[in-house]
Design a protein around this ligand. Sequence first.
Ligand code: CO
Ligand code: CO
Ligand code: CO
Length: 312
Amino acid sequence: MLARIPRWANENVLVGFDTADDAGVYKLTPECALVQTVDFFTPIVDDPYTFGAIAAANALSDVYAMGGRPVSALSTLAWPAKGDLEELAEILRGGAEKMHEADCAVLGGHSVQDSEIKFGYAVTGVIHPDRIKTNTGARPGDALMLTKRIGTGVIATALKRGTAKDADVEAAVESMLTLNRKACETMLEYDVHGCTDVTGFGLIGHAREMAIGSGVTIEIDPRAVRFLPGAVDYARQGAIPGGLKNNREFAANCVTGESEFDDLLYDPQTSGGLLISLPEAEAGKLEQRFPAAYCIGRVTESQGKPIRLLGR
Ligand code: CO
Ligand code: CO
Ligand code: CO
C-alpha cells in the first residue's frame, strides 16, 4: 500500500517511509536533523492520567529509537461529544507531565469529535545526521539486546477481561510509563549498529523489519526473553489480543524454529523497550551500565528467513 504513495527525491530526507523505520529524519544543516513521528491510540488502562502519560512515553519512544533527543510535541485527540471533561483534563495532565519529564515542550495540538477516545502525540526531536540509529544497520556478529520485558498486550487483555491481578497490572503500567530516554542515552555511548523499539508488531514483528532492512537473519532465544509478571499465565489462559493473532499471521512465514512461548513473542507492546544490535563485545558493557538491557539473541548472515527461533 505504501508503495503506491508517490515520492520525490529530496536530499534532505535522510530516513523516509521506505525502510519501515521508527521515525522520519530530515536534515536541516550538516550538524542538525529533525526526527519526526506520530502515535495515538485508544485507552489501554482505566485511569485517564495514566493513559495520558503512557501515550506520551509511547510517542516519545520512536525518537529515542532513532538515537534522537525529543524537543517538542503536539497532541492529537479524538473525543466523544458527550465525553467527561474531567477525564480529558486528566489525560492531558498525564501526557503533559510525562512530556515534561522528557524535557519535551508541548506546543499545542488538534482534536476531532469521534465516538471513541484516542490520544497521542506528534513528536519532534533533533539528532546529528551522522549519529542516526536506523533499523537497517544490524550486522552479522552483533548481539541483540532488549531493554524492557514483554507482555503489555496480554496483560491489557486480561485487565479488560477482569482476570488480571493488580500487582501484574501495576508492573505492566510501570514498564509502559518508563521513558526509553536512559536506554537511548546509554546506548549512544556504544558502537550501536541498529536500533528500533518494540511496539504494535511485537518482538518478532519489529525484529523482522530490522532483519529484512539489514539483509541479515536474527536468531532469537525465546528462553532468554523476559516477560512481565503474569504474562505467560494470561497467555495460557487465552488472554490473546486481536493484534497478537494478526502479528503472528503476518510474520509467521518469516520465522523458522518453534518455541513454547511463541505467542508472547508476537504480543503487541505499548511503550515497549529498545531492540539494539551492537557488537557482541559491547553487549556485556552496555548491560553493566544499564542493567534493564539483556541479550535475547544474535545477528547472522542471511539464512533465508529473517527470523530464526532457537531451541525449545
Ligand atoms: Co517504533
Ligand atoms: Co511510531
Ligand atoms: Co488544527
